[in-house]
Design a protein around this ligand. Structure first.
Ligand code: AMP
Length: 466
């Protein structure tokens, strides 16, 4: 039996009512590349049929040939960037997925992870459905196709009613585009306007690139139907307490984006300020682990009154090492990605700021690198609490066993990464910085409190460090 793989980290973009729909979708995906680097695709509609181009690879490579756009005609298009976890890195799993069924064609692009996909799939198979991919997203299309409802929005509402978990979805038919966000609003999704056309994107940085106007965020539980007559908004699902993902602010979203009512850069800077209040240390300079640690390091340096320096230089022409599918590449990755600046570090007491420690391998290599470049002391500060629990809602975190803080104390982690001191931002500090008084967040990766229950959480087995 083929088990379903979560869709994991992804970005989605769609545009309706623009003569250059596929071209603009390409640009939108380019701005969302940080959300997934393994594969991408675009489906366009010319009003009569859907056209597809999808492949493994980066956006600029997959859509590098201008001729491709001649085969993506029409004034509406949706696109997807994807990263999957291990296995199943095959073209049939690249999104958007398009199917033809009794009522025409439909394509879907999904960001998030459905926690009950396997259960629904088993049921559907028992009724005779045949699945083509190993993505949880395909379940949605089968539910849509088997719905007895007439109107597309009713079929979508019925399908969504069966789903549990995190999803931001974009559907495209010959004549419509539909955007949907789960009732908890785990992942970000925003709505924009470009001329007479409508745009939907995972993050606002994609709107900025194509000079679309940011209108608002798609609300948790909202379904927006876009046709040539304009947009209509629906709330077909039972209301739930919102639980947007705090890790989008910590690491995943781009700092220039506006998500969950806030600018990511400003939030990260506040994480850094709060971190400085909680974990002061006598030091000479503050350096970030680029790029994810930069805004927090600026906040830390300003609050602590210490100089901010770029002690590590990043090669920008490689992807995020963590989300390369092969283990061997990840280990080698830190060196390909970062190089220390000896002139900045030599003889200094250095505070190194990163956004998170997952397995601990990156921090260990960075501390070694900074020390080898002549630093006298290396103090590591992390602008989020210890990541002790895996995410089931679309962020690619490893199993509990591989998460260093699930089975080790902060002192043990400090010794493992060989830092002179180690301090994490507290959960209270994180929530204070993000203004969580007004908004609840999903912070299951730190607290283990999952807003939607997930089949059986294994106890964390001990990870041997030394
Ligand atoms: P590790 O070596 O496993 O401890 O990885 C820690 C590094 O991975 C940090 O520098 C983070 O910026 C980065 N990171 C944390 N979470 C993720 C994620 N879900 N995907 C990709 N990179 C991540």
């Amino acid at each position: 039996m083929k088990l379903y793989r979560p869709t994991e980290e992804c970005g989605i973009f769609g545009i309706y009512g623009h003569p250059e729909a596929a071209n603009l979708t390409y640009l939108g995906l380019y701005a969302l590349q940080h959300r997934g680097q393994e594969a991408c695709g675009i489906v366009s509609s010319d009003g009569r049929s859907l056209h597809v181009h999808r492949s493994m690879g980066l956006v600029a490579d997959v859509f590098g040939d201008q001729a491709i756009f001649r085969n993506l005609p029409g004034e509406a298009a949706i696109g997807h960037v994807r990263y999957s976890t291990t296995g199943d890195s095959v073209t049939k799993n690249v999104q958007p997925i398009k199917v033809d069924y009794s009522r025409g064609s439909i394509a879907v692009a999904h960001n998030g992870n459905l926690v009950n996909a396997q259960m629904v799939k088993d049921e559907l198979e028992a009724w005779g459905s045949i699945f083509q991919t190993t993505m949880d997203t395909e379940v949605i299309l089968h539910l849509l196709a088997s719905s007895k409802q007439n109107a597309l929005e009713d079929r979508i509402a019925e399908a969504l009613g069966r789903l549990k978990g995190a999803y931001c979805l974009l559907f495209l038919t010959e004549t419509r585009m539909v955007a949907a966000r789960d009732p908890q609003g785990f992942r970000p999704l925003c709505l924009g306007k470009l001329g007479d056309g409508w745009v939907v994107a995972s993050e606002s940085c994609a709107l900025d690139l194509i000079e679309a106007e940011f209108i608002r965020e798609v609300e948790p539980g909202e379904v927006i139907v876009i046709t040539k007559d304009g947009i209509t908004s629906h709330f077909p699902l039972k209301k739930s307490e919102a639980a947007p993902c705090i890790f989008e602010f910590v690491y995943f979203a781009r700092p220039d984006s506006y998500i969950f009512g806030k600018n990511v850069y400003m939030v990260r800077k506040d994480f850094g300020r709060q971190l400085a209040r909680e974990h002061q240390v006598d030091a000479d300079i503050v350096i970030p682990v680029p790029d994810s640690g930069v805004p927090a390091a600026l906040g830390y340096a300003q609050e602590a009154g210490l100089p901010f320096e770029l002690g590590l230089i990043r090669n920008h022409y490689i992807g995020r090492t963590f989300i390369e599918p092969q283990q061997s590449i990840r280990h080698f990755g830190v060196k390909i990605k970062l190089n220390p600046v000896r002139e900045i570090l030599e003889g200094k007491r250095v505070v190194v700021i990163d956004d998170s420690i997952v397995r601990g391998t990156t921090s260990r290599k960075i501390v070694k690198m900074v020390r080898n470049a002549g630093a006298k002391e290396v103090h590591v500060r992390i602008s989020s609490p210890p990541t002790s629990y895996p995410c089931y809602y679309g962020i690619d975190t490893p199993t509990r066993k591989e998460l260093i803080s699930s089975s080790h104390t902060i002192e043990e982690i400090r010794r493992y990464i060989t830092a002179d001191s180690l301090g994490y931002l507290s959960e209270e500090g994180l929530l204070k910085a993000v203004g969580a008084g007004e908004n609840p967040f999903c912070k299951a990766c730190f607290s283990g409190n999952y807003p939607i229950t997930f089949p059986k959480l294994a106890a964390a087995p001990q990870l041997d460090l030394f």
